[in-house]
Design a protein around this ligand. Structure first.
Ligand SMILES: Cc1ncc(COP(=O)(O)O)c(C=O)c1O
Length: 359
């Protein structure tokens, strides 16, 4: 007998809800629409942790609590709670994978087996068009999803995110108040690349810092934070097949953004050049030969981060020259993330790689 099944991943709905409202248990319900078997089979008792990560084929039959399967990672655990914490981005795709899992592993999940015993093998899925678009499939959730939740739970001293405990200077708040309360013209659409007054001021500041007369109309783009800047740069420059060198450890958005743009990340680690307890941020270095070995005709860009998060390393001139020379040799774009440019302390000096000779 063949039945039609409609599969609901209730988890997908919950995933949109902020983690504080996560329920203790979430069902993945399999609804049978066939007249003869109008029933709902709820798979409870375990968690479905879905992390759209790398395709992983990691099936451990001896350990029913950890079943990871290709196309992201689906892990079934004892109840459904943690999953949702991590699963801010989830899709109906999960339902499909869950059913696959249920079929494949029902021997290790007896309850699931019971629930599924009545089902036929014919499952009609009409949800492909709502799968994640290919360009973001396989992305893992941001580490912040997990860390923010953990911080809420355990209330630690949160070194992962910056929370200034002092107000901004009063002239900033006052200027904001004046601008937003007195002049309605300031609440209109503005120039998309950045408000003229703002880009003019940025040009004045940065022309001095990069030793070049910047054109505020064509060389300055105002974005909502560095995330958006990175996103725009990568979307604007990276094409299918391009390789982008990423220095490890790295700020977590680099990799998914490169992949979403169609690029292939190529990683190189910073490694400590000595052992012992007195290792400082500056002792973490790139192996020049290894770096050189990553450059090839497909290399489109390298992402540099100085001052570096999380190491605190400030790249020195000689290190920047190595990178710059390879970029010149291979005609590669250096995307320099300098969000911490104002947080450099003596004896270190922040050197903007764009001030090195370009030719
Ligand atoms: C190295 C690095 N790049 C980019 C960002 C994102 O910056 P923003 O908060 O301005 O989007 C951060 C934020 O922590 C960062 O550490």
């Amino acid at each position: 007998m063949r039945f039609l099944f409609v599969i609901f991943a209730i988890v997908a709905v919950f995933s949109r809800v902020y983690s504080e409202t996560i329920p203790d248990e979430i069902d993945v319900a399999i609804e049978v629409t066939d007249e003869e078997l109008k029933a709902k089979a709820a798979i409870k008792d375990f968690e479905i942790v879905v992390a759209f990560g790398q395709a992983v084929e990691n099936v451990d039959n001896n350990n029913p609590e950890t079943i990871a399967i290709e196309l992201g990672k689906v892990v079934l655990l004892k109840n459904l709670r943690n999953v949702i914490n991590d699963m801010i981005t989830c899709s109906r795709l999960i339902a499909k994978r869950v059913v696959d899992l249920v079929r494949q592993y029902n021997k290790v999940l007896p309850r699931v087996q019971r629930n599924c015993a009545a089902f036929s093998t014919s499952i009609t899925m009409n949800q492909d068009k709502f799968d994640f678009p290919r360009r973001i499939r396989g992305s893992k959730e941001s580490v912040w999803v997990e860390y923010i939740q953990l911080a809420l739970q355990h209330k630690p001293l949160n070194l992962g995110q910056g929370f200034p405990d002092y107000p901004p200077p009063s002239y900033v708040s006052e200027a904001l108040l004046t601008a937003t309360s007195s002049n309605p013209m300031l609440m209109q659409y503005t120039r998309g690349f950045g408000h003229p007054r703002l880009v003019t001021q940025l040009k004045k500041l940065y022309s001095g810092l990069v030793n070049r007369d910047l054109n505020e109309q064509t060389e300055i783009l105002v974005t909502v934070g560095a995330y958006e800047a990175l996103f725009c740069i990568l979307q604007g420059h990276i094409d299918e097949g391009d390789e982008v060198i990423i220095i490890e450890p790295f700020f977590d958005c680099y990799e998914p953004m490169v992949k979403a743009a169609g690029g292939t990340p190529r990683f190189i680690p910073l490694k400590p050049n000595k052992t012992g307890s007195e290792i400082s941020a500056a002792d973490w270095v790139l192996d020049e030969k290894e770096l050189e070995g990553l450059f090839n005709n497909k290399t489109k860009a390298i992402i540099l981060n100085t001052p570096h998060n999380p190491l605190g390393k400030v790249f020195n001139r000689q290190e920047l020259e190595v990178i710059a020379n390879l970029c010149k040799k291979w005609n590669v774009l250096c995307i320099s993330d300098e969000v911490y440019e104002w947080m450099v302390f003596e004896p270190y000096e922040h050197i903007r790689i764009c001030t090195l000779p370009g030719k």
